[in-house]
Design a protein around this ligand. Structure first.
Ligand SMILES: NC(=O)c1ccc[n+]([C@@H]2O[C@H](COP(=O)([O-])OP(=O)(O)OC[C@H]3O[C@@H](n4cnc5c(N)ncnc54)[C@H](O)[C@@H]3O)[C@@H](O)[C@H]2O)c1
Length: 431
C-alpha cells in the first residue's frame, strides 16, 4: 500500500520504517527541513536501537523516502498517518495545533474521487477524530472520499522497533467499514491481536493505558515511602506483590518517578479532559502529586546527607528518562539536576547516548563522555537512569575515585547490603 506518515519523530519514523519493512511504499513527511535533509543522507535524528538498520535497508530498497512536501505526499498516498507531537500547554491541556495544521494541509491536498484513510497515531484528546473530520468537510472535501481512524501507538522508546513489530494489541477506532478493512489489512502480517472500537474509545484507550502504568509506578513509590518509615524493603515487597498475576511485577519499580515524552503530558491531558467534562480525577491528581513528591524527597535525602551543597561536585549517572533512549523530555534527572544546581552544587553528568540531546537543553552542566572520569572527585553519585552499564560498574574503582563514597540510587539498581560491605554510604528509594 502507499502510505504517508506525517511527523517523522520517535513514532513517525519508526512507524514509517516498519511499514516499509512490511513491503509498503512509505513517504515520511516532516516540516523540519534539517531533519528530512539528514534522513535523506542516512542520518537518524535520535537514538533508537535497531532503527538505523531498518531505515537504511528500506531506503535502499526504495520503499522508504523522506520529504517536506505534504501536498505531494498526500496526493500519492492512500493512507495518511498523523504522527506529530502533542505536547502540554501550560494548563496541562494537550496542544493539538500540529494535528490541526496537518489536517488542514491534508484537506488542501485532497483530490475528489479518491478515497483516503486519515489515521491519527498521535496521542490526542477524545474528540480529535471529529475535529479532523470537521476540518476536512469545512474545506470542501467530500464526505465519502475519506474516513478518519484513531490508531493510537503503544511503542516504547528504547524498544520501539520490536514493540511496533510485535505489539500486545493494535487498536483501530473507526466508524467506516472501508477504513476498518484497510487498516486491518495493513497490519495483518503482524499477526497481532486487533481491537476494533469507536474512534472515541480508541482515543481514550491510549490515555487510560498510560495513566494506569503511571498509577502503578506512583503506587509503588507510595509504598516505598511507607517502607522507608517502617523499615521494610520496597524491592522485597514489589517482588512478592508482583507475583500475583492479577497485579504483575512490571511497572512496580520504586524510584525518582515517571517522566519522559508521554506519561507527564498524557496524565495532565487526561486530567484536563476530565475536568473539561465536569469530573474531578482524584486518582490522577494523587499519582501526579506522588510523582512530584518523589523528586522532592530524593533531593531532600541528598541535602540531608551532604548538608551544604554549595560548590560540591555531584555526578549524575544517566540523563535520559529511561535506558536505551536519548530522549530527555520531562526526564526526572533534569528536575533533580535543576534543584541541585539551584542549591549551588556543581553537576557532572554521564549518559551513554544522551550527550547530544543534553547539550541542547542543559547549560550549567559538565558532560563527561567517560563514566569513570565523570565520577572522579565526586562528593556524591546520583543514579538517575537504570542503564545496564551502571549496574556493571567496578564499584571498588568507583569508591577509590570518589572524594566521598556516597551513592544516591534513584533507580534501586544496587544491593544495599553489598554497597554497605563495600564501604559506601548508600541511599536507595524505599529500602
Ligand atoms: N515517543 C513515544 O514514545 C510515543 C509513544 C506512543 C505515542 N506517542 C505519541 O505520538 C505522537 C508523536 O510523538 P513523538 O515522540 O514521535 O514526537 P516527536 O516530537 O519526536 O516528533 C514529532 C514530529 O512531528 C513534526 N511536526 C510537527 N508539526 C508538524 C507539521 N505541521 N507537519 C509536519 N511535521 C510536523 C516535528 O517536526 C517532529 O519531527 C505524540 O502524540 C505522542 O504522544 C509517542
Amino acid at each position: 500500500m502507499k502510505l504517508a506518515v506525517i511527523g517523522t519523530g520517535y513514532v513517525g519514523l519508526v512507524t514509517g520504517a516498519c511499514f516499509a519493512n512490511l513491503g509498503n511504499e512509505v513517504i515520511c513527511v516532516d516540516r523540519d527541513r534539517q531533519r528530512i535533509t539528514g534522513l535523506n543522507r542516512g542520518q537518524i535524528p535520535f537514538y533508537e536501537p535497531g532503527l538505523q538498520e531498518i531505515v537504511h535497508r528500506n531506503t535502499q530498497a526504495g520503499r522508504l523516502t523522506f520529504s517536506t512536501d505534504l501536498t505531494g505526499s498526500v496526493k500519492r498516498s492512500e493512507i495518511l498517518f498523523i504522527a506529530v507531537g502533542t505536547p502540554s500547554t501550560p494548563n496541562g491541556k494537550a496542544d493539538v495545533s500540529a494535528v490541526i495544521a496537518v489536517a488542514k494541509g491534508i484537506a488542501k491536498a485532497m483530490k475528489p474521487k479518491t478515497f483516503k484513510v486519515i489515521v491519527n497515531k498521535s496521542t490526542v484528546p477524545v474528540g480529535m477524530g471529529d475535529i479532523v473530520t470537521k476540518i476536512l468537510l469545512e474545506d470542501g472535501v467530500k464526505k465519502d472520499s475519506f474516513a478518519v481512524v484513531s490508531n493510537p501507538e503503544f511503542l516504547r522508546e528504547g524498544s520501539a522497533v520490536s514493540d511496533f513489530m510485535s505489539p500486545d494489541r493494535i487498536v483501530i477506532g473507526a466508524s467506516d467499514n472501508r477504513a476498518f478493512n484497510k487498516i486491518s489489512e495493513l497490519y495483518r502480517s503482524l499477526n497481532a491481536h486487533m481491537i476494533f472500537t469507536s474512534i472515541k474509545s480508541a482515543e481514550l484507550i491510549k490515555y487510560a493505558s498510560n495513566a494506569f502504568l503511571a498509577t502503578k509506578i506512583s503506587f509503588i513509590n507510595e509504598i516505598a515511602s511507607i517502607c522507608e518509615r517502617v523499615g521494610s524493603d520496597v524491592e522485597e515487597v514489589a517482588n512478592a506483590v508482583g507475583l500475583d498475576h492479577r497485579i504483575g511485577r512490571e511497572f512496580l519499580n520504586a524510584g525518582i518517578g515517571w517522566g519522559g515524552s508521554c506519561f507527564p503530558k498524557d496524565i495532565l491531558a487526561l486530567m484536563h479532559l476530565a475536568r473539561e467534562h465536569g469530573y474531578d480525577p482524584q486518582i490522577l491528581d494523587a499519582i501526579h502529586e506522588v510523582n512530584n513528591y518523589q523528586v522532592d524527597a530524593f533531593v531532600g535525602k541528598i541535602e540531608k546527607q551532604l548538608k551544604n551543597l554549595r560548590g560540591k561536585k555531584i555526578t549524575v549517572l544517566g540523563l535520559a528518562f529511561k535506558p536505551e533512549t536519548d530522549d530527555l523530555r520531562d526526564a526526572p534527572s533534569l528536575k533533580i539536576i535543576d534543584r541541585l544546581i539551584s542549591k549551588g552544587a556543581r553537576i557532572t553528568a554521564y549518559d551513554p547516548v544522551a550527550e547530544k540531546t543534553a547539550k541542547k537543553i542543559e547549560k550549567q552542566l559538565t558532560f563527561c563522555n567517560k563514566v569513570y572520569e565523570a565520577i572522579d572527585g565526586a562528593e556524591a553519585v546520583v543514579v538517575a537512569t537504570e542503564w545496564g552499564e551502571f549496574r556493571d560498574l567496578d564499584l571498588e574503582k568507583v569508591k577509590k575515585l570518589m572524594k566521598k563514597p556516597v551513592i544516591f540510587d534513584g533507580r534501586n539498581i544496587y544491593n544495599p547490603k553489598r554497597m554497605k560491605e563495600l564501604g559506601f554510604s548508600y541511599f536507595g528509594v524505599g529500602r
